[in-house]
Design a protein around this ligand. Structure first.
Ligand SMILES: CC(=O)SCCNC(=O)CCNC(=O)[C@H](O)C(C)(C)COP(=O)(O)OP(=O)(O)OC[C@H]1O[C@@H](n2cnc3c(N)ncnc32)[C@H](O)[C@@H]1OP(=O)(O)O
Ligand SMILES: O=C([O-])CC(=O)C(=O)O
Length: 375
């Protein structure tokens, strides 16, 4: 990877504030949430525990976790007015636009009236976002009005249950758990920064989350998992993948799911999700997509020293679980909402409006020309 100068475009390398939530590219394997290494969390934690850690500031004890899971389970229902809105959105819409509208509509129905409500508003969003996307998806694609209040113990199992009308296998629930942990938080990434900028004007939580969803949607950020899938599913063998990637690099095209703004040599989330992708490949008897993905990883490192970020092996992992590609980035939302809300709490607790300066590069003095005399 090139070592572009820090500062200037992209604000790269400049501190834009402080956080107690996360370190990226520093200690341990390179990613920690409140001091806990991502490897250990992915191996030992439940996503709901990680959500608690981020939102409440410490790991819960068993009684606290049980109470939190019960609370989240009780918050999965959709108000009728929100269902009505979701039913208006066509099947051709992008699911990230549905998420954005869902979060925004909820802000009209359950407005955060005071910052004292921020914990409850965040728990509600965490519990209800899977219901929002699955209600719309099943209504627009299958013509059914699903009941979103399931008894599943985890956010990941709840999501898969709504999508398929049946509780997921243990393996799929486990992979969803790991995936949601990996995606939960990542310091001042673009969508989180969007949420913090919005929070810095003392706006409400739904506005912060709605804006963040819009930022996550783009293919340079969360949208890369879908873009990576769209690319790799075209290739029938590792040899074909290598030929195509070489051509793309020659044409200076971006390869989605590779590179990172902060990490220089690897993204610690990749090794973890890659291992689960391999397990799922064995589970479904895949002999194409996983080997294709591994070849793309090898070629990108050999040719450009570019490594897979969190998104690349998420593509094959989700695909092996039969999740439609266009729902990949909404799953990211269902997880990252924890990080976004926790950052909004931090911003509010020590706020100054975020308002950087710009280097002016326009004309020094412009001459006013009456409209009838303009070219
Ligand atoms: C969960 C997440 O959001 S992770 C990120 C998901 N996004 C993607 O996977 C999209 C593909 N990747 C990218 O576009 C970039 O790597 C980003 C947006 C993640 C980071 O962007 P930057 O910080 O500007 O990248 P960086 O400065 O390290 O790029 C260095 C060089 O490598 C090139 N490069 C970086 N990533 C890629 C890539 N995926 N494919 C091809 N070339 C790349 C850049 O074009 C740049 O070349 P240049 O100096 O000739 O212009
Ligand atoms: O940190 C970033 O720039 C992007 C990223 O990996 C994330 O948000 O998970």
């Amino acid at each position: 990877m090139s070592d572009k100068p820090i500062g200037g475009a992209g604000l790269r390398g400049q501190s834009a504030g402080s956080t107690a939530l996360c370190t990226v590219g520093q200690t341990g394997s390179g990613l920690t949430y409140r001091g806990f290494d991502i490897k250990e969390l992915a191996e030992k934690a439940r996503f709901e525990e990680v959500a608690y850690l981020l939102l409440k500031g410490k790991l819960p004890n068993q009684a606290e976790l049980d109470a939190y899971v019960t609370k989240l389970k009780g918050l999965r229902g959709l108000p009728q007015a929100l269902k009505t809105v979701l039913e208006q959105i066509p099947a051709s819409a992008h699911p990230m636009d549905v998420m954005r509208t869902g979060a925004s509509m909820l802000g009209n129905l359950e407005t955060e009236e005071s910052f004292d409500e921020q914990q409850d508003v965040s728990d509600r969003l965490l519990a209800v976002l899977p219901s929002i996307i699955c209600y719309w998806y099943r209504f627009s694609h299958d013509g059914v009005r699903i009941e979103t209040e399931t008894d599943d113990e985890s956010v990941g199992a709840h999501f898969l249950h709504l999508l398929r009308d049946e509780a997921p296998s243990e393996l799929h629930a486990r992979v969803m758990n790991v995936s949601l942990i990996l995606y939960a938080e990542h310091e001042f990434n673009a969508s989180t920064f969007t949420a913090r900028v919005c929070a810095s004007t003392l706006s409400d939580m739904h506005s912060c989350v709605t804006g963040a969803i819009g930022s996550l949607r783009g293919p340079l950020h969360g949208g890369a998992n879908e873009a990576a899938m769209d690319m790799i599913e075209n290739w029938k063998s590792p040899e074909e993948a290598e030929r195509e990637i070489m051509g793309m690099l020659e044409r200076k095209e971006k390869i989605m799911g590779f590179g990172h703004a902060i990490y220089r040599e690897s993204d610690p989330r990749n090794a973890i999700i890659k291992e689960w992708s391999e397990r799922l490949a064995q589970d479904v008897g895949d002999t194409v997509l996983y080997p294709v993905s591994v070849r793309v990883e090898d070629v990108m490192w050999r040719e450009k020293k570019l490594f897979c970020n969190a998104d690349f092996f998420h593509a094959s992992a989700y695909h092996f679980m039969d999740i439609p590609t266009k729902l990949f980035t909404p799953i990211f939302v269902c997880s990252r909402v924890t990080g976004w809300c926790a950052h909004v709490f931090e911003q509010r607790a020590n706020n100054r409006i975020i308002r950087p300066s710009a280097d002016y590069v326009g004309p020094e003095k412009s001459q006013w020309v009456p409209i009838e005399e303009r070219d």
